[in-house]
Every structure is written in structure tokens, then in C-alpha cells.
Design a protein around this ligand. Structure first.
Ligand SMILES: NC(=O)c1ccc[n+]([C@@H]2O[C@H](COP(=O)([O-])OP(=O)(O)OC[C@H]3O[C@@H](n4cnc5c(N)ncnc54)[C@H](O)[C@@H]3O)[C@@H](O)[C@H]2O)c1
Length: 277
């Protein structure tokens, strides 16, 4: 099996899900987060998700969780998947430290939604082994992995990660290293425009989401989806699009910023455009 031991850095919504699918595929996983209690919360979410999947015939939660080892720092592994907060400086520091800790042939992947892979690669001495492995939320359910090639990502690295995505039961699609790649270049301006519609009083949140769900046949409306992604992450992605594609139309809507400033981050904080308490 390729990448037998995977280090997942960041145990939030995405890191916990990535650890889960890696472990469910029979890989050994080391899970690290800088915040006290975050790995334990990640394992708890994983247990609930695995419980639901076990009812549908998947492996037992104990068996999968038994493959996941909490670690207090970065450890050597065959592959790192980084899923820390969407902040370039924080991610670059993780990549710099991973380059020191993981063996030279290991692949360093990022689950970033928008930050250039080439800038993360530049923090390491192995840019050919750095790549984007962009999962979707919730990771155990969503079928897509957007594989993002940095300027110097080698063909071999891209092939290995594409194959790994298939081994996890996902469908890979390859994109190049442009701001927001493909997924968020399309999705995030759509979400931001929905927030503008709410901000300007075009309609209330329920009506906006109902129009998208029934009119465009989307499973979730853009405001509910923003809550699922995390409003802090939405602002961070819009800022990358604004800076990278230099357009005023990419400026995050003030209402989005207002929610984030007030700590209303969406589902993960219990309140966003909707109340989850
Ligand atoms: N939420 C989504 O729908 C979604 C989808 C695809 C990709 N992403 C990307 O995944 C990444 C994580 O997003 P999330 O929704 O899981 O966020 P989150 O806020 O749920 O989790 C982020 C975690 O990173 C941890 N962290 C911060 N700095 C760290 C460090 N230096 N070392 C170790 N851990 C650190 C935090 O403690 C937190 O637990 C972001 O890059 C985001 O853009 C998110």
C-alpha cells in the first residue's frame, strides 16, 4: 500500500474527516493539532460519523479509530496532509517544520481551499513533493478530491496523490495553481453574492437558500453552505481571490466580516446565518 503512515496536521472539521478516511482505508494515521483538546474533539466527531457509517455496513468505529494515534507534534510519516486554519503564514510554518521532520521522499500535501501551493512549496526544500489535496466537507461523504499541482510539483507526485484519492474511494480532478483553484474560484463568489443579497435586503436567508435549492437544484443553499464551510474560512478564501485575481468584486461582503468579528463562524461555533444551538 502506498503512504502506509499518514500525518494529518489540524484536527478541525476537515482534518478529522481526512484522518477518518485515511484510517478507514487501512492506513496508520498520526493526528496533530496545536489547540488543546482539538484532537479529542476530532476523535469524538469521527466516532459519531463512523457510528452512522457502521449502520450502513462500514467497518466498526473502534477498528478505524484504533488506527489513529494522537501526537503532540509533527512526526515522521510517508505523507503529511495539512488541514490547519486558512492562513498562509501559519501553513508556511507547518510546511517548513514538516520539511525538517518528514523523510526527504515523503509527500507534503495541503488541504488548503485557496492558498497557492507554490508558496507552501517554497517554504520547503522539496517543492517537487508538495501538492494540494483538497477534500470537501464532510470528507467521509463527499466524493471529490481536487488535486492541485504547484509550479514545481512532479508528475510522479501528482500521479501518486491522484491514485491515493482513488484508493480512498474518491474521484480526483486535477487543477493548476491559480487563486481558489477551480472549486473556490466558482463557489466562493457565488456564496459572497448570496451574502450581499441578504445584506442589501433582497430577500431573507430562507428565501435565498430556497431559491438556490429549488431553482438551481443545489442540495444546500449558499448561506447554509457558508455556515457548513465556516464563515472565517469563507472570508479568508475571498481575500485570496481578491489579492490574487485583483478585483473589487472579490471583496468579502461586510456582513460576512461582521459575523466573523462577532465569533459567529457557522456550524462549528453554533451560530452563523442560521442557529445550530
Ligand atoms: N470547512 C470546509 O468546508 C473546507 C473544505 C475544504 C478545505 N478546507 C480547508 O481546510 C483547512 C481547515 O479548515 P477547517 O474547516 O477544518 O477549519 P477548523 O477551524 O475546523 O480547524 C482548523 C484547525 O487547525 C488547528 N490549527 C491552527 N493552527 C495550527 C498549527 N499551527 N498546527 C496545528 N494545528 C493548527 C486549529 O486548532 C483547528 O483545530 C483550511 O485550510 C480550509 O480552507 C475547508
Amino acid at each position: 500500500m502506498r503512504f502506509e503512515h499518514v500525518l494529518v496536521v489540524g484536527a478541525g472539521q476537515m482534518g478529522g474527516g481526512i484522518a477518518q478516511v485515511m484510517a478507514a482505508s487501512g492506513r496508520r494515521v498520526s493526528l496533530h493539532d496545536a489547540a488543546p483538546g482539538a484532537v479529542e474533539r476530532g476523535l469524538e466527531t469521527m466516532r459519531r460519523s463512523l457510528g452512522k457509517l457502521a449502520e450502513k455496513g462500514a467497518s466498526s468505529p473502534d477498528e478505524v479509530i484504533g488506527q489513529v494515534e494522537p501526537v503532540g507534534d509533527l512526526v515522521p510519516a510517508d505523507l503529511m496532509v495539512e488541514a490547519v486554519v486558512e492562513d498562509a503564514a501559519v501553513k508556511e510554518e507547518v510546511f517548513r517544520r514538516a520539511d525538517e521532520t518528514l523523510p526527504a521522499e515523503a509527500v507534503l500535501a495541503s488541504n488548503t481551499s485557496s492558498i497557492p501551493i507554490s508558496s507552501l512549496a517554497a517554504a520547503t526544500g522539496r517543492p517537487d513533493r508538495v501538492i494540494g489535496m483538497h477534500f470537501f466537507n464532510p470528507v467521509p461523504v463527499m466524493a471529490l478530491v481536487e488535486v492541485v499541482r504547484g509550479r514545481e510539483t512532479s508528475d510522479e507526485t501528482a500521479e501518486e496523490i491522484t491514485e491515493l484519492a482513488r484508493e480512498l474511494g474518491k474521484t480526483p480532478a486535477v487543477a493548476n495553481d491559480f487563486p481558489g483553484f477551480v472549486s473556490n474560484r466558482i463557489l466562493m463568489p457565488f456564496i459572497n453574492e448570496a451574502v450581499w443579497a441578504l445584506h442589501e435586503g433582497v430577500a431573507d436567508a430562507d428565501a435565498i437558500d430556497t431559491i438556490a435549492k429549488l431553482g438551481f437544484n443545489h442540495p444546500l443553499g449558499p448561506l447554509a453552505l457558508a455556515d457548513l464551510i465556516g464563515l472565517d474560512t469563507c472570508v479568508a478564501i475571498m481575500e485570496v481571490l481578491r489579492d490574487g485575481l485583483s478585483g473589487e468584486r472579490y471583496e468579502p461582503c461586510p456582513l460576512l466580516r461582521e459575523h466573523v468579528a462577532a465569533g459567529r463562524l457557522g456550524r462549528k461555533s453554533g451560530q452563523g446565518f442560521y442557529d445550530y444551538s
